[in-house]
Design a protein around this ligand. Structure first.
Ligand SMILES: CC(C)(COP(=O)(O)OP(=O)(O)OC[C@H]1O[C@@H](n2cnc3c(N)ncnc32)[C@H](O)[C@@H]1OP(=O)(O)O)[C@@H](O)C(=O)NCCC(=O)NCCS
Length: 147
């Protein structure tokens, strides 16, 4: 029987690259993967029989500014409650790390809002901020698309 293990540790570069590619989000090079992994203030990996099958990360200073990134569950395992496991681990981290007044943001892919709403997230127009925005002058992903 398969065993799922959640750990609050960063992924290895190769498995990070592989999981992103499996999501259809394109290929990042090894150095980019290594840098972004090192600079995250939180990572939770879900492994099945040792293989990375889920990930959630937060980038930021670890106290006042956080941006959630890379919420992923392997396609063949989606809909099995693993995203919930990852979001609960993220929420527990944010509750212990975020200082009063902290900014904790995420930029969901279109249509994913109902998923996040189940785990304590609110849409920007419902809170003190305006609608989320992204900087548009960034190269598109190599060999993939978001959505
Ligand atoms: C989004 C994602 C992380 C969710 O993980 P998952 O393992 O499929 O979700 P779960 O099975 O844990 O679902 C938890 C709850 O969220 C709901 N949910 C999951 N995906 C949803 C979606 N896209 N829209 C609305 N609700 C969703 C489930 O119905 C479930 O609700 P319930 O508890 O009332 O039954 C996963 O589907 C995924 O990796 N998708 C592709 C990548 C992606 O879109 N990442 C997010 C980028 S912003």
């Amino acid at each position: 029987m398969s065993e799922f293990v959640l750990s609050e540790t960063p992924p290895a570069a190769a498995e990070y690259i592989g999981l992103r590619a499996a999501m259809g989000w394109g290929i990042v090079d090894e150095e980019t993967a290594r840098i972004t992994i090192e600079r995250a203030c939180f990572s939770a990996c879900l492994r099945r029989d040792g293989r990375l099958v889920g990930l959630v990360r937060a980038i930021g200073d670890g106290c006042l500014y956080f941006a959630v990134s890379d919420v992923m569950v392997s396609p063949e395992l989606q809909g099995g409650g693993h995203g919930a496991t990852l979001l609960k681990a993220l929420g527990a981290f944010l509750k212990r790390a975020a200082k009063p007044g902290a900014s904790v943001t995420l930029q969901p892919l279109a249509g994913r809002e109902p998923f996040y709403e189940k785990f304590g997230w609110v849409r920007c127009p419902g809170g003190p901020f305006g609608q989320g925005m992204v900087f548009k002058d960034v190269p598109p992903p190599v060999g993939g698309t978001f959505g």
